[in-house]
Design a protein around this ligand. Structure first.
Ligand code: NDP
Length: 336
């Protein structure tokens, strides 16, 4: 069993030496357990937070422990009557070839519904995040303007398409010309390359009537440019802050916090952070029904960025944090 463990806690951007590849014996089954072989491993921004020592909304990965992660896995052996060898499941095996789980820790996937990789992206956690943030918090109305950055990633691209379906005008912010073309294919009404020109001017041109919903995926310079352009009663679902994910945690209020609070007050803003899991009970059923239908009908499309080989996971993960991914980042660990 080849696996990748956390070797050191990163200082800023993760380095290759923060990960270590190891071999261990293939785990053996206890009563009621399943032996799983990883087919696909999902790489997600939240994993960077888990590499820090501090607890955020979940516990950190311990030094020497396998890096966490969602997987699409095949049941190889089963000591549970509900599962048979050959079944494909959504699991949380982490960055390794084999893992043991109980039936309650996995969810069976039906490959006839959609390609199994989608369980890690548009039909999985990132798609659910987009769905929850837009429908439960952002609530764009017909004719309103929604802005989202990281617009070609699994969260951003899905946010844009759901908002379009609800009748909003959508503006996608991306890093680089290649992503600009991709964002247009996802149907964004306007696309801004954050690496070219002045972001504020570009937002003025793309959203001349101001911004009603800003789906916060990145923080940093994009947030600074968006804030003064928010309309009265604008909603800001705060989903992720990847621009500052590698930086040291802010310890005290930045100098512009009084100005921020004045804007929140005078424009009656709703700024609402969320962790997608909060909506698991209330939205899982409607998400599964809506998103499966939208994907089947082609109303929601998706893009995946798949690299072969578990050994490439650290490099690909680091690249994703820098914006080198084009679509949902996935590692193919074993044969499909
Ligand atoms: P993506 O696949 O979109 O990858 C991250 C993207 O972030 C990069 O491709 C890049 O896009 C962009 N990015 C990187 N650095 C910066 C920067 N300095 N400024 C602006 N953009 C930057 O990731 P996901 O779709 O998986 O996740 C998107 C966000 O949603 C993340 O912040 C993530 O943490 C968050 N999230 C939150 C959840 C929750 O429950 N709250 C659940 C899931 C995700 P580009 O090159 O186009 O700028």
């Amino acid at each position: 069993n080849t696996r990748i463990v956390l070797a050191a806690r990163p200082d800023g951007e993760p380095a290759d030496g923060d990960f270590r590849m190891e071999s261990s014996s293939t785990p053996t089954l206890g009563r009621g357990e399943l032996l799983l072989r990883t087919i696909y491993l999902s790489l997600d921004p939240y994993m960077r937070g888990r590499m820090n020592a501090a607890r955020s909304y979940v516990d950190p990965v311990e030094l020497g422990a396998v890096m966490v992660g969602a997987t699409v896995s095949e049941v190889v052996e089963s000591a549970d009557d509900a599962f048979a060898p050959g079944d494909v499941v959504l699991a949380g095996s982490g960055w390794q070839e084999f893992a043991v789980a109980t039936a309650s820790q996995v969810r069976r996937l039906d490959p006839s519904v959609a390609p199994i990789t989608t369980a890690l992206g548009v039909l999985g956690m990132p798609g659910f995040t987009a769905y929850a943030g837009v429908t439960a918090i952002g609530k764009p109305k017909r004719g309103e303007t929604l802005v989202v950055a990281a617009a070609t990633g699994p969260v951003g691209a899905t946010v844009g398409q759901i908002a379009s379906a609800l009748g909003a005008r959508t503006v996608g912010i991306v890093g680089g010309a290649a992503k600009e073309a991709v964002a247009r294919r996802f149907g964004f009404d306007a696309v801004i390359d954050r690496k070219v020109g002045e972001l504020g001017e570009a937002l003025d041109a793309a959203a001349p009537d101001g911004i009603d919903v800003y789906f916060e995926n990145v923080g940093g310079a994009v947030w600074d440019a968006v804030l003064p352009r928010l309309n009265t009663y604008a909603r800001v679902p705060v989903c992720g802050l990847i621009a500052t994910l590698n930086g040291p945690a802010a310890t005290s209020g930045p100098a512009h916090s009084p100005a921020l609070m004045r804007t929140v007050l005078t424009k009656s803003l709703t700024i609402r952070g969320f962790i997608q899991d909060e909506f698991r009970e209330s939205l899982t059923t409607s998400f599964a029904a809506d998103m499966t239908r939208w994907v089947r009908d082609g109303q929601v499309t998706y893009l995946e960025d798949i690299t072969s080989g578990l050994a490439n996971a650290p490099k690909v993960f680091r690249g994703m944090l820098r914006g080198e991914n084009l679509g949902k980042t996935i590692i193919q660990v074993g044969e499909d």
